[in-house]
Design a protein around this ligand. Structure first.
Ligand code: PGA
Ligand code: ZN
Length: 424
């Protein structure tokens, strides 16, 4: 039974405050969870409560959310069995009482929801992935390493937010981590040799001031080959375009010019024809449903099209997409929806409609590694949690090493089967 719930304000990887929650069970178990925070957030995400008091952290403090945990959310679940996750999450949602979790804050609610799950797992003496996923949790995800950062995550001129390496040809997760990391280091050398800066963006990828998006893909190709791998077969690539960020009044501003959705769609079709791209996220803006449908019809058979800002891990937004035939995969961010139960609902809805799911961090992260366990718990076969650098990113990749070790012979690396393009 849940005996007490505490919370504090800590810092995330960008030096912004965030919520950490601690849950104490009657049997003496204590577990904590920390909440991530996005920069290129979708308009339909659950509400992240910040103090707005300019005298502290430029208004970004989270003392109100911390107080909501201590004064309201915690007391509401005291005495409840920690293994009753759905009941706990329902009580949290009801206590808040708003549609988008804006009164107590989705950051407050998520911290409690995750800390309760971790405490229940610990109390049951099970690893988190096993507790959450049951006896069938066994698929190690393909890591999508965001090795070039643009958009809102870097102060460079690149429009697209993320350029991924996806080591799909490895036999094990451990090998995929090594392949991606070796290529990351080669990429640094290539950028340096070409005279570009090799400082890092928010997610640990390089943030060179490249003249075009295509140049980013060219650098990935060069690095993959120079590291001794075959593009496509060993290591594929992917993009998070985060197109909402450069969409305004019906126009996409790409490389300084106004583009229509049609032009952008043709551009993606051309990129897919010329590079071993397995996944494109937020290729179009969060409300451009008609253009999304046309894009899905055009290239959705051969490439994974992921909805992030589009679906915001929200079952009702996802259902809208399913009904319209828009995209074919869901990006899963626990703080977009705000409870573990609703996150699992979104993944289940995706799976039952033939949509894939990619587990995801946020650009503002902490040392909390819950999403690594969650990826294995739902067997989704894909995770993006930044470059293989910076401890808030690497913490998740390292946790997956431990899980693979723990599973031993039962572990299966998702590999090529994770994506439609190179399946089999
Ligand atoms: P965010 O970016 O965490 O800043 O929203 C990640 C993403 O767009 O996938
Ligand atoms: Zn995204």
């Amino acid at each position: 039974l849940i005996e007490a719930v505490g919370a504090r304000e800590i810092l995330d990887s960008r030096g912004n405050p965030t919520v950490e929650v601690e849950v104490l069970l009657e049997d003496g178990t204590v577990q904590r969870a920390a909440v991530p925070s996005g920069a290129s957030t979708g308009a339909f995400e659950a509400y992240e409560l910040r103090d707005g008091d300019k005298s502290r952290y430029s208004g970004k403090g989270v003392l109100k959310a911390v107080a909501a945990v201590i004064d309201e959310l915690g007391p509401a679940i005291e005495g409840v069995d920690a293994s009753e996750q759905r009941l706990v999450d329902e009580i949290l949602i009801e206590t808040d009482g708003t549609d988008n979790k804006s009164r107590t804050g989705a950051n407050a609610i998520l911290g409690v929801s995750l800390a309760v799950a971790k405490a229940a797992a610990d109390s049951a003496d099970l690893p988190l992935f096993r507790y959450l996923g049951g006896p069938n949790a066994h698929v190690l995800p393909v890591p999508l390493f965001n090795v070039i950062n643009g958009g809102e995550h870097a102060d460079n001129g690149i429009d697209f937010q993320e350029f991924f390496l996806a080591p799909i040809g490895a036999e094990t997760y451990a090998d995929s981590l090594r392949w991606g990391t070796e290529t990351y280091h080669v990429l640094k050398g290539e950028l340096k040799a070409a005279g570009f800066a090799t400082g890092l963006g928010d997610e640990g990828g390089f943030a060179p001031d490249l003249p075009s998006n295509r140049e980013g893909l060219d650098f990935l190709m060069k690095a993959i080959e120079k590291a001794g791998f075959t593009p496509g077969t060993d290591i594929a690539v992917g993009l998070d375009v985060a197109a909402t960020e450069f969409f305004k009044d019906g126009v996409y501003t790409v490389e300084g010019k106004p583009w229509s959705a049609d032009k952008l769609t043709d551009y993606f079709a051309d990129l897919v024809a010329n590079y071993p791209i397995v996944t494109i996220e937020d290729a179009l803006a969060e409300d451009d449903w008609d253009a999304w449908k046309a894009l899905t019809e055009k290239i959705g058979k051969s490439v994974q099209l992921v909805g992030d800002d589009l679906f915001v891990t929200n079952p009702s937004r996802l259902q809208q997409g399913i009904d319209l035939g828009v995209a074919n995969a869901l990006l899963v961010k626990v703080n977009q929806i705000g409870t573990l139960s609703e996150t699992l609902d979104a993944v289940a809805l995706a799976t039952s409609n033939g949509y894939r799911s990619m587990m995801s961090h946020r650009s503002g992260e902490t040392e909390d590694t819950t999403i690594a366990d969650l990826a294995v718990a739902v067997n989704c076969g894909q995770i993006k949690t930044g470059a293989p650098a910076r401890s808030e990113r690497v913490a998740k990749y390292n946790q997956l090493l431990r899980i693979e070790e723990e599973l031993g012979d039962a572990a299966v690396f998702a590999g090529r089967g994770a994506f439609p393009r190179y399946k089999g």
